[in-house]
Write a protein that binds this ligand. Structure first.
Ligand code: EPU
Length: 420
């Protein structure tokens, strides 16, 4: 199992490029099931979660071909199977997104309870209720769920909780259904309008994606036809992480190939903490401010402060003067990394499962750390780069799930990080 060794304390400088968004690629790829043609997708990141999605797609009969580095052709015309590979789907939450278009195409799907990051309870009731309203029958066994239907019809669905993947999955299911579907209290993350744009240019009729009410006029079973290639939007989580890194250690760091409009909540918190940020068309530059001051954050659905950048921001606040309240409202278990940070020298008081208080600034020192999930793993990389001395980060697979060749990109900024 690979590890990172990191020697902290070095100033970082230069340019770092943002890759395509993991959480967009993981939806665009399964969307291939809605097509009567192959689809061609650009800017797909080379990360473990994307490879697992390719495995799942190939497992049900799709043909995935690499055209060049980040460009792939996905041909799902041969899809017949209905079972998602157990070993993979169980470990990987993104797998449930495949169930929606697979149900729309083959009328029957079986999947084990989807796994993913250890960031709290991650139920799937919203997906199941949505499919039921669209005319599917669901049977649950100890092995998983079978969802089947004779005909999918449009439905009015109000989400009891805002869910990103449920919005995307049900939107894709509804694209081929008979009649109109209305999704209310839908998520608004930028990956959702991007998915809708991809589907609409190929014949789907989706209105309102990116707002809380999405209306889909189903094609009544008629498959979509791809028009040209589609480019995955830049990863706003990765961009947010790099900006935080810049505020912590940057002489000057330019985060390139990003979409600043997707980063406003993170940027405004960084500015509140004293960082100077320069925004250009597709890049944002940032340096470590003379004085970094505390800043409270409360994670929210988009356009609020994104939960996936919460752990790196907490790391940054260990270096800020004053007390910062970190309030995680989206997931239950997403502050579990705080104990590990305390062992590196951070002063953090846990108030309850959703809130911690960071007392800064406190020097961090290197140690051996285990990466619990991909976002906390990246936060530990940032902590190790700040810390005095050497750190070892174990379970790097978690980081590889979401970040392409992260050590090489950080080395280009002058970071002392090695994969062993
Ligand atoms: N929820 C339910 N029932 C459901 C679905 C969700 O109660 O049927 C709850 C969840 O338990 C959670 C809340 O709704 O408390 C929001 O979860 P959501 O469904 O929005 O999260 P997700 O769709 O499973 C996606 C990303 C996550 C990201 C969240 C929030 C993908 C593959 N995953 O997860 O990304 O943190 O949205 O923005 O798109 C990551 O990339 O590291 C990651 C975890």
């Amino acid at each position: 199992m690979a590890e990172f060794t990191v020697r902290g304390g070095k100033k970082l400088e230069g340019e770092i490029e943002v890759m395509g968004a993991k959480n967009s690629a993981l939806k665009i790829m399964p969307a291939s099931l809605l097509f009567s043609t192959p689809i061609e997708v650009k800017n797909i990141p080379s990360i473990e979660d994307v490879f697992r999605m390719m495995d799942l797609l190939e497992g049900i009969g799709s043909d995935v071909t690499k055209i060049s580095n980040s460009r792939f052709k996905i041909d799902s015309r041969g899809v017949e199977g209905k079972d998602l590979k157990k070993g993979i789907a169980e470990r990987f939450r993104g797998s449930i997104v495949l169930a929606g278009p697979l149900l729309a195409r083959t009328k029957k799907v079986f999947f084990p309870h989807p796994g993913g990051c250890v960031i709290g309870k991650r139920p799937i009731d919203i997906f199941l209720e949505g499919w039921k309203k669209m005319g599917a029958a669901i049977s649950e066994s100890k092995d998983g769920y079978e969802v089947s239907t004779k005909l999918l019809h449009g439905a009015e669905i109000t989400f009891r909780n805002i869910s990103v993947t449920a919005t995307e999955t049900l939107m894709m299911t509804a694209v081929l259904a008979h009649g109109k579907t209305i999704l209310r209290n839908a998520a608004m993350e930028p990956e959702i309008p991007s998915l809708a744009e991809f589907l609409n240019r190929s014949g789907a009729k989706i209105k309102g994606a990116g707002t809380p009410i999405i209306e889909i006029d189903g094609t009544g079973g008629k498959l979509l036809r791809a028009k040209g290639s589609f480019e995955i939007i830049p990863d706003r989580i990765e961009a947010g992480d790099f900006l935080i890194l810049g505020a912590a250690l940057g002489k000057k760091i330019k985060v390139k190939n990003c979409e600043p409009a997707h980063l406003t909540a993170v940027i405004s918190s960084l500015e509140h903490a004293g960082a100077e940020v320069k925004i250009e068309k597709n890049s944002v530059s940032i340096s470590k401010p003379k004085i970094l001051t505390s800043c409270d954050i409360k994670t929210r659905e988009y356009p609020g402060f994104v939960t996936d950048v919460q752990a790196p921001f907490t790391v940054l606040m260990t270096q800020a003067k004053g007390e910062s309240m970190i309030f995680e409202t989206v997931f239950d278990g997403r502050l579990n990394y705080a104990d590990e940070l305390s062992r590196m020298g951070a002063k953090i008081t846990t108030l309850d499962p959703h809130r911690v208080l960071v007392h800064g600034p406190s020097p961090l020192h290197g140690r051996e750390i285990e990466s619990p999930d991909l976002r906390a793993g990246l936060a530990f990389v940032i902590a190790a780069l700040i810390a005095k001395g050497e750190s070892t980060i174990k379970n790097v697979y978690q980081i590889d799930r979401g970040y392409e060749k992260i050590e090489e990109r950080l080395q280009n900024l002058g970071a002392d990080i090695k994969r062993i």
